[in-house]
Structures are given as structure tokens and as C-alpha cells.
Design a protein around this ligand. Structure first.
Ligand code: ATP
Length: 297
């Protein structure tokens, strides 16, 4: 689980690269006027398109545009899709290597008004929805490495997910799901420090990917997953999908984040999406967040 409370609305910014980005508003009919106003301020030309059968607004922003959290609050749910980004980051502020083009750098913003405790399995659910989509559309079975990595069948990391939330005491006011997904590129194209571990959908498939088509399809799949999460219907398929895509099941691991690392055998996840570890002597340890390292057999 990577949700965290974020800084106040007025200070947080999504800064997009000097490259073009695309702004997709989901089911925008009732707030078309607000979006038109935003478009004018940003110098965005937009038009309606359909993604996943839903009415949406679409626009391309001029170079260097920014969207503030305030706008996100008014407009959510929507997606910001960057062709490139300068400050891609993962958990704990780790750098997400972002090539100039050919990949998916995506933020989906939601305004859920759900109790914070309902949010716990959210990142895992979105990851599973993405696995399911990629399997159906490209025939490639990705694995989910708890809590937030997606891997190709040969264990290369193709995506990182980061969920950030603004919480009130009783409610999640704003939720942003960030995804970096490597669509194209070969291992040699990655920087030296991740060359041995990073992969792309295209490299795993051994066939070219239509970046625009895949970007639209991923957004549609994730918005659909969000609807299921909000309605509560997600839980019907969660367990089965988890069992199908979990890459850590039965593995000997060490989990650390802060404090002493815990070693054990992975025994699935609990209802909230926390990792269950068998730590010896019949004991079970529940880990709600952390960094997992596989131990040599
Ligand atoms: P991990 O579990 O992979 O050690 P993490 O889950 O804690 O990392 P993330 O926030 O998911 O961290 O992603 C950041 C890490 O992913 C980086 O530290 C780097 O190792 C790796 N990475 C960065 N950019 C990419 C990329 N484009 N493709 C694959 N891996 C990347």
C-alpha cells in the first residue's frame, strides 16, 4: 500500500515536461463549462472523444503547462498523460527513469469520498486490473510483485505504481494514481543502473506496440477498475486475479522499510492487501508496506 497524505491542495503541482501532454476528462458532461474554462486558461484545444464508451474531453497542452491540485479537485476524475516527464518518481521519492517518448506516464485523479480504510487494497487492485487488461489485449501475462511493481514473465520490471491521497479524518478527499509503464524500448536503452532489471511490453512481446492505442486502452481499463473499486464490485474478482498474477507466492523473502527487516515465506495477502509472511515456529507476520527482496533458495 503506497497511499499517503499529501501536502495542502494549493502547494502540490503536477508539472509536465516541455513536451506535449494530453488531458483526458472522464464522463465530463456535467462539468463541461469548467473544463472549457480550464482549457482557455491553459491554452488547450480540446475536443470530445470516446474512451471505453464514456464521454470524455481531450486536450493537448502547450509546452511547460502545469495543473495544480486545486484544478484536480474541481475536475476529478480525470487523467493527465505525458509524452515525457522530467521528475518521474516512485516510492520514497525514488527516480522513475522516463525516456523521451514511447512510454506511458499517467496520473489519474479521483475524488472518492470513501473512508480511508477502504483505500488500502486500491493500488493492488489497479495493478491487477492492468495485468488483466494487458493479458486480454496483448496476450502477455504480467506478474504483480507486492506492493507496486509489475513484471514481465522473465521478471523484468515494466511498471511502477504510486498512489497518493489527501485524507480528512473520516474521508479520502482526493486520490491520485500514478503509473509509469514501459511500452517500448529494449534493455540496452535503459540506464546502466536498471538495465538488468527493467523491461518493456514491446521487448517482452517481441512485437511493436501502438503507443497511442495502448495508452487510450490502459486509461479506459483503469477508469473501469476505479468504477468497480468505488462501487465495491472489485472484490468479486480480486482474489482470483491476485492468485493468477502474484509473483511472490511461496517465495522466501526479506521485507524492509523502516526498522528491522522481516524474513519469511510469503503466504498471500489479507483482506486489506497486506502481505502475510510465515516467519517460523508457526508464526505469521502481517506487513502493510515495505520493500521486498527475494532470498536465494
Ligand atoms: P523496487 O521494488 O523495484 O526496488 P520500489 O517499488 O521501491 O522499487 P518504485 O517506486 O516502484 O520503487 O520504482 C522506483 C525504482 O524502480 C527505482 O529505484 C529503479 O530501481 C526502478 N526504475 C526506475 N525507473 C524504471 C523504469 N523506467 N523501468 C523499470 N524500473 C525502473
Amino acid at each position: 500500500m503506497t497511499a499517503s497524505s499529501s501536502s495542502p491542495a494549493s502547494t502540490a503541482k503536477v508539472t509536465v515536461s516541455p513536451e506535449e501532454f494530453t488531458f483526458v476528462k472522464y464522463d465530463a458532461a456535467e462539468i463541461a463549462g469548467i473544463v472549457a474554462d480550464l482549457a482557455e486558461r491553459l491554452g488547450v484545444a480540446y475536443r470530445r472523444i470516446r474512451i471505453g464508451g464514456q464521454r470524455t474531453l481531450w486536450g493537448s497542452c502547450s509546452p511547460g503547462g502545469t495543473l495544480s491540485f486545486n484544478w484536480r479537485l474541481v475536475l476529478a476524475p480525470f487523467a493527465v498523460l505525458a509524452r515525457s516527464q522530467r521528475a518521474g518518481r516512485g516510492r520514497l521519492g525514488r527516480k522513475w527513469h522516463s525516456a523521451q517518448s514511447g512510454n506511458l506516464y499517467l496520473s489519474l485523479a479521483f475524488r472518492p469520498f470513501i473512508p480511508p480504510e477502504r483505500l488500502k487494497p486500491f493500488t493492488l487492485w489497479m495493478g491487477l486490473a492492468l495485468c488483466s487488461h494487458v493479458e486480454k489485449s496483448l496476450g502477455l501475462k504480467l506478474g504483480l510483485k507486492w506492493p507496486n511493481d509489475l513484471q514481465t514473465p522473465d521478471g523484468r520490471k515494466v511498471a511502477g505504481m504510486l498512489t497518493e491521497a489527501r485524507l480528512d479524518s473520516d474521508s479520502v478527499r482526493e486520490l491520485v494514481f500514478g503509473l509509469g509503464l514501459n511500452l517500448t524500448g529494449q534493455p540496452k536503452d535503459f540506464p546502466a543502473e536498471i538495465r538488468a532489471t527493467a523491461g518493456s511490453l514491446e521487448a517482452a512481446l517481441g512485437a511493436p506496440i501502438d503507443v497511442n492505442r495502448e495508452a487510450a486502452a490502459v486509461i479506459a481499463a483503469l477508469f473501469h477498475a476505479w468504477e468497480q473499486f468505488e462501487e465495491g464490485t472489485w472484490s468479486r474478482s480480486f482474489r482470483k486475479l491476485w492468485q493468477s498474477h502474484d509473483v511472490l507466492a511461496g517465495k522466501s523473502v526479506r521485507v524492509g522499510l523502516r526498522g528491522d527487516p522481516v524474513a519469511g515465506i510469503v503466504d498471500g495477502i489479507d483482506e486489506e492487501g497486506s502481505l502475510i509472511l510465515r516467519t517460523g515456529g508457526g508464526r505469521k507476520t502481517i506487513v502493510s508496506s515495505g520493500e521486498v527482496t527475494l532470498r536465494k533458495p
